[in-house]
Write a protein that binds this ligand. Structure first.
Ligand code: SF4
Length: 346
């Protein structure tokens, strides 16, 4: 490591003392803590704010209280409980992993870093969180909050996702993680990053690590972690067809792989000409469509403009396309719909 770490004992003591007074002890996955609950909450928190995850977590755990119940549930039901959280690959991976744990590990998450990281969707940091918070074993984690604290504490140069910077950060995280009481320590460092060493407005005056924080001593807290060079996000657009009868809506189940994999969505087209061909060939109608207000949605890698067109039919038609389904409007809440499509249908 090309950085001089602070005494691990000093940091652990300061942090744990702070945690006992200021830690977030009421988050739903902390009561009670279990490897399963830590795993689900960590996956949900990967790309989503705590305030959003809280409600989804409670609902998810109510529906799937154990690995066994999750493994036995159809993917459809899991996706429907995930709808709104986005990044659906996370839900598909959770389901795949639950099946592996059910079949090969008697429904118990294994307390082993190598095994956990071999499961779909579990990286080293998530495995570290499961081991330390779920099993109280000494295992470092490196989520966004911990990266920020370590980068500021040591003025680590370079974006945290660079390979060399990652190596340094893992070494620091390992150095500071105690052999005993790892669950509280992990919670403490995550909570410090989430509530005190925040991105835009760190409360350095209240921070237990302030006297040894390099960024604070230089007055450069907001310069760390370094940002990676930003890329321009491309714009794309798609045309959606909203065909309905009094009680049903025509939906298409998306392929399992790719964006919104496995969820139900409105049939998608490149342009209005394709829509007209579809209406003539599949729905056997020559009726015109009415444009609705477009909706913008931003993914990590691109902006998408959804242009919907509506058509109302007197009754449903027979469909021989496997992915197309007439869905009762009353059943929409029970199926997995991507958030922007749900918004549009509402
Ligand atoms: Fe973060 Fe400020 Fe504490 Fe340094 S002193 S770790 S910048 S809150």
């Amino acid at each position: 490591m090309n950085i001089d770490p602070i005494s691990a004992r000093w940091l652990q003591q300061r942090l744990l003392r702070w945690y006992h007074t200021h830690g977030r002890k009421t988050l739903p996955w902390k009561k009670p803590l279990s490897p399963y609950r830590v795993w689900i909450s960590e996956i949900m928190l990967q790309q989503t704010q705590v305030s959003t995850v809280t409600g989804y977590f409670k609902q998810f755990i109510r529906a799937f209280p154990t690995v066994e119940k999750l493994a036995q549930a159809p993917l459809e039901a899991v996706l429907s409980h995930w709808a709104g959280l986005g990044y659906y690959a996370r839900a598909r991976n959770i389901h795949k992993t639950a099946k592996i744990i059910q079949q090969d590990y008697a429904n118990q998450l294994p307390a082993c870093l190598e095994t956990l990281t071999s499961f779909p969707g579990i990286g080293r940091s998530t495995a570290g969180a499961i081991l330390s918070m779920g099993f109280n074993l000494s295992a470092p984690i490196l989520d966004g909050n911990v990266k920020r604290v370590l980068c500021r504490l040591h003025c680590v140069e370079g974006p945290p996702d660079d390979r060399a910077v990652q190596t340094t950060l893992w070494q620091l995280a390992e150095h500071y993680t105690p052999k005993q009481n790892a669950a509280d320590f992990t919670q403490a460092i995550m909570d410090l990053g989430a509530t005190c060493c925040t991105k835009a407005n760190p409360s350095c005056q209240l921070c237990p690590l302030q006297t040894k924080c390099e960024a604070f001593s230089r007055g450069e807290q907001l310069d760390y972690p370094h940002k990676k060079a930003s890329k321009k996000i491309p714009h794309r657009e798609t045309h959606l067809l909203y065909v309905s009868t009094q009680n049903e809506i025509l939906l298409q189940q998306r392929p399992q792989k790719g964006i919104w994999g496995g969820l139900y969505s409105l049939p998608e087209f490149g342009d209005t000409e394709e829509i007209q061909q579809f209406l003539e060939n599949i729905l056997k109608t020559k009726r015109g469509i009415k444009p609705l207000t477009p909706v913008k949605h931003t993914f990590t890698h691109f902006h998408l403009l959804l242009k919907p067109y509506a058509l109302t039919l007197a009754k449903t038609t027979t469909l021989d396309h496997l992915a197309l389904h007439w869905i009762k409007k009353s059943a929409l809440a029970k199926i997995g719909l991507p958030a922007p499509i749900k918004k549009l249908l509402e």
